[in-house]
Write a protein of this length. Structure first.
Length: 135
């Protein structure tokens, strides 16, 4: 009878181990899906100017590590909606964004960030891709 219990425990342990392995693999696969594709490193000054020409309304800030655009809105609701949309896109693409409001105007600033999206760094393709999406 002891042998039967040992076999049962072993098969339970094996099942538990398989289940944990599947969960671990699923978590790893999920984390890979959430990460945006790696989009280059620091851009050269010529490339930054070239990309800015293709984005009317966006300008390079004096720190050379961010770009900004000011937009006018008819009301506060549309301004807030646009800001929320910009914030959501920036978060999914790991780009730092900041906002300044003045009356009916909203200034959106996109900052160059490290790959983790947590530290200020030089401008990258990801910043310009987001600027293009925001219009």
């Amino acid at each position: 009878m002891n042998e039967v219990q040992e076999v049962t425990l072993t098969s339970r342990d094996e099942r538990k181990e398989k289940r944990e392995r599947r969960r671990r693999n699923a978590r790893q696969a999920q984390s890979k899906k959430l990460q945006p594709p790696r989009i280059g490193d620091k851009l050269k000054a010529e490339r930054v100017q070239e990309l800015l020409k293709a984005l009317p309304g966006w300008r390079l800030r004096t720190d050379k590590r961010s770009i900004a655009r000011t937009r006018k809105f008819a009301d506060a609701v549309s301004m807030a909606t646009y800001g929320f949309h910009a914030m959501h896109l920036a978060r999914t693409q790991k780009v730092l964004v900041s906002f300044v409001t003045l009356g009916d105007q909203l200034t959106v600033t996109l900052h160059g960030t490290s790959r983790s999206g947590r530290k200020l760094a030089d401008l990258s393709e990801a910043v310009f891709n987001l600027a293009e999406q925001l219009g």
